[in-house]
Design a protein around this ligand. Sequence first.
Ligand code: 48F
Length: 255
Amino acid sequence: MERAIAGGIISSYYRKLQDCLEVDVAVVGAGPSGLLCAWDLARAGKKVAVFERALRPGGGIWGGAMLLNEVALQQEMRPVLDEAGVRCLPAGDGLLTADAVELAAALIYQAVHAGARLFNGVCVEDVIFKDDRVCGVVINWSTVLDANLPVDPLMIGARCVLDAGGHDAHLTERIARKAGVRLDTPTGSVMGERPMWAERGEQATLDNSGPVLPGLYVAGMAANGVRGSFRMGPIFGGMLRSGRKVARLILEELG
Ligand code: 48F
């Protein structure tokens, strides 16, 4: 029996990874923006792989605010919550609250169930960059990187890459520096996230989401980090709208 358990796991994982050597979209980070984008792309029929450095996908959703595991969303997000199967309560001032654990679990389930492949415990440490275009990601086990082991990575080809890696936009910053390219931002580089201003941050998340280099998109807090906009704390409408917007833009590009 032990042999069948181990053999089944190894061959299923191998099939999953082998099938993702070339994808339409590689999503870096399984926070709210990355998960919603992956869900929308997968249900539109695109081949999507999501790489999440942590063991548990969901990014900043789980802990709500200061570990009070509830999140706030704008009332306009109600249709998205309904689609995902997430219950919510009115909270006044045009806001709703939802259970953070239910939201994280629902987004993960919907993305995977729609066909996105999710690889947790895997870090995107670099990208493939050819002819001035990002055309894939370079991955390694998070544990290898955490232990600082001198182990070379593997590569995944992608027609588009989404940096949904959250605050500070480390990946996009590294790509711009290593490739020596100007990003599509007012300064040509990663501008850095600004302090809290909930309303402005929410709108900016949507406005900032999109392409920053040929083949590279940003969403969620990474988009605000790249374009120097405000943070907004535990309100998640902007993150979901950002993921949905980028999915639409990528679908327009890929056809
Ligand atoms: O930070 P995160 O939740 O991303 P987001 O979609 O949402 C932000 C909100 O959660 C919250 C907020 C409220 O509105 O401000 O903070 O912008 O999730 C980002 C995920 O990306 C993973 C990281 O572990 C986290 O789960 N990640 C970051 N860099 C990498 C990565 C990388 N290089 N490779 C793989 N995963």
